[in-house]
Design a protein around this ligand. Structure first.
Ligand code: GUN
Length: 297
């Protein structure tokens, strides 16, 4: 059997960012609106700092305004809530993202619930989570949104009747991913650390989305021949003999590529889609806040 198609998320994300930049140009020239995205980082987690820097760079490159708020590690919940209230009422800010995880003294849910749902470009507010769960249009979490775009690019727009297995039940990826696939009329199973016979569950799936954060857990012989595999995991392996530490996904790529029909690599698969979808969500939010049909741009 031929090797699986390698799904190039980096290339797809580049194309999406170009389309977003075109939407931004149209918003500016036809409506005099420049979408603005505020990103809030509390503390100095190294990975989060890199991520936030990339977000700011790509926001600028898409022609949008970027507002960066870096707060010290010992910021109180009240101080963060006050900042969010200010961003909620700032008309130049159309999207608000508070980078997770937050330091222990701050309750994540209290912060996420304070963000105006209309500006919740992460789609983490319970209002937007509820909309997604009930099939109403709203702001959708970026990573699962990006996964769905890659799946449709591979399989076409009609996913009806396909069996989908979502491995992982986080609020950021697993649950919204399952809701999106259900919305596409897939037969959806959510598997997690307590699932029995995980390999058998995987083997039935036409679409498998792995988001558990366990290096190379999904093996080649778990996979249905020809299946579409979306690997959300980003795991750093311990350094090898040369001192190099490799990034791998939740799927054993070397094995899976011999069985699957299509598969995302790590890195270069799902990762680049998250920021591209964040930019798209910011344009979507700016349009909704100004009663503009995003399709008309
Ligand atoms: N931390 C890791 N991924 C994300 C994300 O998608 N959004 C936010 N706000 N924080 C994150």
């Amino acid at each position: 059997m031929a090797e699986a198609t390698r799904i190039d998320g980096k290339l797809f994300a580049e194309g999406l960012r170009n389309r977003v930049a075109e939407q931004v140009r149209n918003l500016k020239s036809n409506h005099n609106i420049t979408p603005g995205l505020a990103v809030v980082l509390v503390g100095s987690d190294a990975a989060s700092e890199i991520y936030v820097r990339n977000k700011n760079k790509m926001t600028h490159e898409a022609g949008m305004k970027s507002f960066e708020h870096k707060l010290p590690e010992d910021t109180t919940q009240k101080e963060l809530l006050t900042l969010i209230d200010g961003l909620n009422s700032d008309p130049a800010v159309h999207g608000i993202l508070v980078q997770l995880p937050l330091p222990g003294q701050i309750k994540e849910q209290a912060i996420l619930s304070e963000i105006d749902p209309a500006k919740d470009v992460d789609g983490f507010h319970v209002y937007n989570a509820g909309k997604l769960a009930t099939g109403a249009p709203g702001l959708v979490p970026c990573t699962p949104l990006g996964c769905l775009m890659l799946i449709k690019d591979q399989l076409g727009d009609d996913l009806s009747g396909l069996r989908a297995l979502v491995l992982g039940r986080s609020n950021i990826v697993g649950k919204p991913m399952a809701a999106l696939l259900l919305g596409e009329n897939c037969t959806v199973t959510i598997a997690h650390s307590r699932t029995k016979d995980l390999a058998q569950e995987c083997a039935r799936a036409d679409i498998l989305v792995a988001a558990v954060g366990r290096a190379e857990m999904v093996k080649g012989d778990w996979i249905k021949p020809g299946a579409t595999i979306i690997d959300v995991g980003i795991n750093r392996l311990p350094p090898d003999a040369d001192g190099k530490s490799k990034l791998v996904g939740d799927v054993d790529y070397a094995e899976a590529v011999l069985v699957a029909g299509a598969i995302t690599p790590v890195p270069g698969g799902v990762g680049p889609m998250t920021i591209a979808c964040l930019l798209q969500n910011t344009v979507t939010a700016a349009c909704a806040q100004n009663d503009i049909d995003v399709l008309s741009l």
